[in-house]
Design a protein around this ligand. Structure first.
Ligand code: DC
Length: 220
């Protein structure tokens, strides 16, 4: 990576608001944005579509290393199909936390993520951006929020897309996924030792964006 490329990492559990906040910060600073979760979702969607057994680690690695997604004006194309919304279903979310635990899949996606660091800078969101993929980042953030608040946010997202949402089931699913992300051996969900922590349970998007931009001003 070129020395002049600045990197901000934003990690945290599912539905902690990382994506929305990371996109906003990237926009404010004129930086590129990497949604690393989308890559894990794409690999999983592709595996489901091809009928790859989710317990076949080698086959999953091949599925991940041979995919060539195209990111185009907010849409994602995979094997010629617009999968922008299809990778966001609860079914794909659940399967993704299993696929993301496979070391070969993580290795296959590593270079793709590193290549996203282009001048003038990158805001990368995920689970291991600050710990594994960009350990040299200029600013590392770890966002948290209570499971109840996160389930409510996810429910509102689903309802905005015209889907129904069962809040109890969403809370259970989020907790189960977090547990798997935290307890896996490879690149588990955890703050980097030098990350700044922020609990967003009682904060709106604007407040979180402002706080992070303040931290960025201090870090520069
Ligand atoms: O951020 P998200 O909800 O789109 O992530 C989907 C899944 O991918 C989630 O179970 C965690 C996993 N993931 C990961 O293991 N490492 C990342 N850098 C990003 C996501």
């Amino acid at each position: 990576m070129e020395q002049s490329v600045r990197v901000i990492t934003i990690d945290g559990p599912a539905a902690s608001g990382k994506g929305t906040v990371a996109e906003r910060i990237a926009h404010e600073l004129g930086f590129h944005y990497l949604d690393s979760g989308a890559l894990y979702r794409l690999a999983t969607y592709r595996a489901l579509k091809l009928g790859t057994p989710l317990d076949d680690a080698e086959a999953l690695e091949r599925v991940a290393s041979s995919m060539a997604p195209v990111f185009e004006q907010g849409r994602i194309l995979l094997d010629g199909e617009d999968v922008t919304l299809r990778i966001r279903t609860e079914e794909v979310s659940r399967a993704t936390s299993r696929v993301a635990a496979v070391p070969g899949v993580r290795k296959a996606l590593f270079d793709l993520q590193r290549r996203a660091a282009k001048a003038p800078g990158l805001v990368a969101d995920g689970r291991d951006m600050g710990t594994v993929v960009f350990p040299e980042a200029d600013l590392k953030i770890f966002l948290t929020a209570s499971a109840r608040v996160r389930a409510e946010r996810r429910a509102l997202q689903l309802e905005a897309r015209g889907e129904t949402a069962d809040r109890e089931a969403l809370t259970r699913d989020l907790e189960e996924r977090d547990r798997r992300d935290r307890e896996r051996a490879e690149a588990p969900l955890k703050p980097a030792p030098d990350a700044k922590l922020l609990d967003t349970s009682s904060l709106g998007i604007e407040e979180v964006v402002k706080k992070l931009l303040d931290w960025w001003d201090e870090a520069r």
